[in-house]
Design a protein. Sequence first.
Length: 226
Amino acid sequence: MNQIEYKIYVDHVIERIEKARLKVDNHLIVKIVAVSKYSTTEAIEALYAIGQRAFGENKVQDLKTKSEALDALPLEWHFIGNLQKNKINQLLALDPSLFQALDTIELAHALQQRLENHNNMQLDALLQINSANEASKSGAAPERAKDLFDQIREECPNINLKGVMSIGAHTDDTKIIQNSFETTRKIYDALDNVTICSMGMSGDFELAIESGSNMVRLGSILFPES
Ligand SMILES: *Cc1c(COP(=O)(O)O)cnc(C)c1O
């Protein structure tokens, strides 16, 4: 696709987001994080050229390589993958705009310690919730999520919890996927001072928005040639 065709293509994706959000509330703003984990820096630049600013990666090394290569552009980088403790310092050095996959008290404590050591820096984060209770996925169990959220806020002053993140149930059954999103949304609604409910990927973003998401993480659909 040339740039004009690509813009028309991306506009179609944005129209789908628009339709879904208007079903919920015409004041709802849905932020798009373009997940570039399978894409090149050239592909990121092409999406930047038509207006996208927020990008997400799921490996610390890839976040480093791509964010440094594109340092001249005013991009916002999200880290959306599992964070191993031995990669914490490397991630903090990159100063990501949002860490979306905080999922245990152990990781929160380790982050808190390193944040203090890193000039007492602050990190914006989301609690990841395993709303479909799938063994293959990370994330807090839904029954534990609110307590864990409150505990992290209490014990980790350098972590600013902004909300929650969830991956929809891995199934073709729309009802089950919808239930998993609604589980996350209910937890979000019970939290104090939160603004981000990150749910929805290329295959299920409309359902996620209709179930209460205000941030979608889109990979393959925004980078069709990767
Ligand atoms: C890869 C990934 C996405 C994007 O997936 P697509 O199906 O390609 O849109 C979103 N969220 C997380 C956590 C991911 O790892």
